[in-house]
Write a protein of this length. Sequence first.
Length: 408
Amino acid sequence: MDTSKEREPMNDTQQETNGVDGDYRLMLDSLFETALVKLDRDGNVRFWSKGAELMTGYRGEEILGRPVTVLYPDEDRKRGLAEQELSAAASQGRAEVQGWRVAKDGRRFWASVLVLPTRDASGVVSGCVQITRDVTEQRRQELELRKASLMVDSVTDYEVIMLDPNGIVRSWNRGAELMKGYKADEVIGKHVSVFYTAEDAQSGLAARELETAARTGRFELEGWRVKKGGAKFWANVVLSTIKDESGQLMGFVKVARDLTERNDRDRLLQRQRDEILELSTPVIQIWDKILALPIIGTLDSLRAARLTESLLQRISEEEAEFVILDISGVPTIDTQVAQHLLKTVHGARLMGAESIISGVRPETAQAMVHLGIEIGTLRSRATLRDALQLALRLRRDRTAQQAAATSS
């Protein structure tokens, strides 16, 4: 083999590329997710790593010696972005930039680039090294999170916040600020129990709620919460878990609504219903030791319970001995209504009062016989007047008997 033939001289680009130490180049080429590129002072590529090839699709022989601007979008080339980045690195010692780059097949990717100037022996800038990472996916996730954050902040009627697994506040939306009066920097990093009443915080309610949500995946409740300044409000709270792909708990999403107005309205309606019930079933003292209870309208379970409760309370207060239950205002008597009446009678008997039913119309008596309703020894009269006369006579007889027993 003739070894005397001279090889063709290598050009500057080949010399610089091949001049990289073999082991060092292997190390650089092992960084597959990072593109390492060396440029001369004119912005031409002098070194091209394996990571740069994988990221852009250009092989070394296709890109060496060409201007790096081939990787820049047209709009960035026209405004001289590559030159601006090199100038910034030269004047500041480094430059960190992010922007679009273009692969060989025309695909755009979002790049995070660190630009470091290189200098010759005399200290003059001779070019730069670019260390590039493809952060397209990270940018997409950041944009999605930003969109989600903007969306959450647009919800002003709800508190939508994130908690870590220990219940520490990690995010704070506009709705939470309006609802509770705290700015984000006042609560982020604090435990969610700061919004609980002192009693609930001391009892560990927040920890129990978080534990239940972590175990079941979701927890919902209504209760008192505290605003900045100490004012209480009635809240509906939903806790949902956030888990990673492996099922590991990462934290919670907490959604809350201020239901104080609804709660106040419900309590007002309940109070009005109670007042109506009391007006429709008034317990009247018509004589000493004698009470009357006119029942008007349909007698359902709720009303019957309130009626019995009210009657027993008055029997205790007045030490009543007789109670007249007037049913002339009850439109129909069925088995359920009769059972409610008998329970009331039984309750009065336990309190030491004897009951008399008045207002029993012929059709009412017929219906009770037809239904097989047994009233036992319960006394009844057709009118309230007749029932009162019976009660007075029974009371006189009882008083006389007591007097006779005392004298003997």
